[in-house]
Design a binder for this molecule. Sequence first.
Ligand code: FAD
Length: 464
Amino acid sequence: MTNYDYDVAVIGSGPGGYVAAIRASQLNLKTVIIEEDKLGGVCLNIGCIPSKAIIHQAEIFRNTPRLEAMGISVDKTGFSYESVFKASRKAADSLSKGIAYLLKKNGVEVINGRGSLKSEHEISIGEEKVISARAIILATGSRPRELKGFEFDGETVLSSNEALMLKKIPPRTLILGAGAIGCEFAHILNAFGSEVVLVEMMDRILPLEDREITNVLKRSFTKRGIQIHTSTKAVSLRKSSEGAEVTLENEKGETSEITADKILVVTGRVPNIENLGLEQFNIETEYGYVKTGPYYQTSVESIYAIGDLTPTPLLAHVASKEGEIAVEHIAGIPSKISKVDFLSVPGAVYCEPQLAGFGLTEEKAVERNISFKKSLFPYRGTGKAVAIGEPDGMVKILLDPETEEIIGGHIVGAQATELIHQLLLAKTKGLTPHDVTDMIHAHPTLSEAVMECAKQANGSAIHI
Ligand code: FAD
C-alpha cells in the first residue's frame, strides 16, 4: 500500500504524542492523533500540571507565617481543601483545551477512540474504523503500578490518580515510595495538615538523586514533622473501620505498625502496552516497555514508540523530545541526535525546598570509578537568598578534573527547578565553569549561587 490516509498517525496525546503531532504538522506531514481519553495525557490531566497547581497553593498556605510576621493575621477557618482541588482541575482543564486549540491551529486531525495496530501501516479505532499512515507513533504512556498486598481500591489504598482527586485532606496518610511523586505528595499533604509517614525501600528518599542534595530535603521534611522510614518495606495491610493498619519491616527484620486513613502507593508505573496489537509483529519489549533503536524506531520500520511507553526516564520533557526526534526522522530531516542523552536530562522535584539535577550524582561517579572534582556553594552566600528568606540550599557541580567538563549539576533550594537550566545549557554546549563565570550575572539573583559555585570550582568564589 503506498497511498496512505495520513503521513503520520500518533496514538496517545500526552506530552509525547501531542508534541510529535504538532511538530509533524509543522513539517507539512498530514497528521492524525488518536486519544481515548482527555487530550494532554497523564501530564496535563493527572500528573505534572494538577500536582504543581496544588503545590503552588500549598506554598501559599504554608507561608502564612510570613504574612503574620508582617502583622497581618490570617483567619484560616474558612479554608476548604476542595477549593485547592478545584483550582487544580481548572488548570488541568484549561491546558487540555489549550492542546485541542494547538492541534486544530496546526491542522492536526483528532480522533477520539482507542487505537490499536492492525498492520504495519494501519490502526483500528474502536470496532469499525481503520486508518492508514506511512508512519505510526505509539505514545500511549503509563499508569500507576500496583503493589502486591496493597492493591488500589480507590477508598483506602490510592494511586496518584485518586490522590490528585481528593477533595478533603486525610488526617493520617501513609505514602509508600519516596521517589519524586511520593515526595511531592508528602509535601502537599503535610502542608495541608495531614500526618504523613513516608516509607522507602531504598536507604534514602529520592534514591536516584545526589545524596548530599537529598539530605537537605530530608532535614526539611523531618523538621516539618514528616516521619521518614527508609530501608523499610510495607509487608501487610489490614483494613478496618479505624482506617488501615500497615505492618512495616526494616532491613534488620524489625516490624512496626502504622495506622493511616489513606495509603498512597507510588512505587512505580507500568507502560500501557496491552491491546495495542504489538504481539503480531514481535515488537521487542524490555520489562514490559517497548524497546526502540535510533530515532525511536521499533523493530518494525514504520512504527515508532516514545515517552513513558519506552524504557526511558518517565518524564514529560523526555517524552516530548523523543516525539520531536522521531517525527524529524520520519520527515527525513537530518538530526544532530538519534536519542536523548540521559545524562543531559534534568530531573525536578517540586517540594520545599525544590531539587533539580542532571548528569552523574556523586554516588554514581564513585560507583563507576569516574574521577571528578566537586564544587559546592551554599545559598546563604548570596544576597538574594538571604533577602527573600530562603537561605537553605546549595548548588553542586561535578567536573571532569582534566577537561573541566561539567559531568553533573545539582541544586537544592528555592527556584532550583528554574536555575538548573543555566548549568545544563553549559553542559549541553560543552562549556566549562569558566565560561559560566565569564557571563556577568545580575545582582541580586539566585543565579549568582550558580555563578559562585562555578567560580568555586577554581577556588575563586567571593562570598564564601
Ligand atoms: P501519557 O502522558 O501517559 O499519555 C498517554 C496518552 O495515551 C493518554 O492520554 C492515554 O489516554 C492515551 N492512550 C493510551 N492508550 C491508548 C490507546 N490505545 N488509544 C488511544 N489513546 C491511548 N513529569 C515531569 O516531567 N514533570 C513533572 O513534574 C511530573 N509530575 C508528575 C506527577 C504525577 C502525579 C505523575 C503521575 C506523573 C508526573 N510526571 C511528571 C510524569 C509525566 O506525567 C509523564 O512522564 C508523561 O505524561 C508521559 O507522557 P507520554 O506522552 O509518554 O504519556
